[in-house]
Design a binder for this molecule. Structure first.
Ligand code: ATP
Length: 201
């Protein structure tokens, strides 16, 4: 049986923006993914110091953002289990759910740089087939140093090429608060949802 490739894209998605959608669709195209699982993280360990929009709002926005793409699907693997949510555990659970598939883990450049601080990072790298890395402008990291800490990492890393805008959820939140334009950085349904529920004001 030929194996299929699936992607895992974790994030807070507070809110999901067109940068996420562009990267996800580039990943589907570049890796030939049959499915891309958007893994909504209920309670991200690296964002404890900041207020995060409630899970039901984030889930609704993510559903609205991806509904018209049949390859995209929300994974409930983290929502449905008590935290803390370590990616290594999530990947193992996904591998159990999809034994027919090779997993491509999608990470931002910031996450790749911090990978040696993640729980059981070597096991995580071993458990995935490839790691698709999305870089923001000016984001730079030293692959040689990373390879010393995690032998075998380099051969799994593939950079995702996209003419990226330097967009982030933080920038959207800032724009909403300060009354700057933000509408077209969002999927129209996400924009509508944010307006209806007066989010980020
Ligand atoms: P925040 O600004 O709140 O930290 P974010 O825009 O980085 O949020 P996350 O939900 O943390 O959004 O994103 C999930 C993943 O997508 C992260 O690994 C992040 O680095 C990556 N990502 C988001 N936007 C971009 C972008 N424009 N270019 C490259 N990577 C991105």
């Amino acid at each position: 049986m030929t194996r299929t490739k699936i992607g895992l894209f974790g994030g807070t998605f507070d809110p999901p923006h067109v940068g996420h959608l562009i990267l996800a669709s580039e990943a589907v195209h570049q890796f030939g993914l049959s499915r891309l699982y958007w893994m909504l993280t209920p309670d991200p360990p690296h964002k404890q110091a900041q207020p995060i929009t409630s899970l039901p709002h984030r889930l609704k926005m993510l559903q609205s953002a991806i509904v018209d793409n049949p390859v995209f699907e929300i994974s409930h693997l983290e929502i449905d289990r008590p935290g803390p949510h370590y990616t290594v555990d999530t990947v193992r659970l996904l591998a159990e759910q999809r034994p027919d598939a090779d997993i491509v883990l999608l990470l931002g450049g910031d996450s790749l740089r911090d990978l040696p601080t993640w729980r059981l990072y070597a096991d995580l790298v071993a458990a995935v087939h490839q790691i698709g890395v999305m870089r923001r402008l000016g984001e730079d990291f030293d692959m040689l140093t990373l390879e010393t800490k995690i032998p075998g990492l380099t051969e799994k890393v593939v950079f995702i090429d996209a003419p990226l805008q330097n967009l982030s959820s933080r920038e959207i939140r800032r724009r909403v608060l300060s009354g700057e334009a933000y509408r077209y950085y969002l999927h129209p349904a996400v924009y509508e949802y944010m307006e209806t529920h007066h989010l980020y004001r």
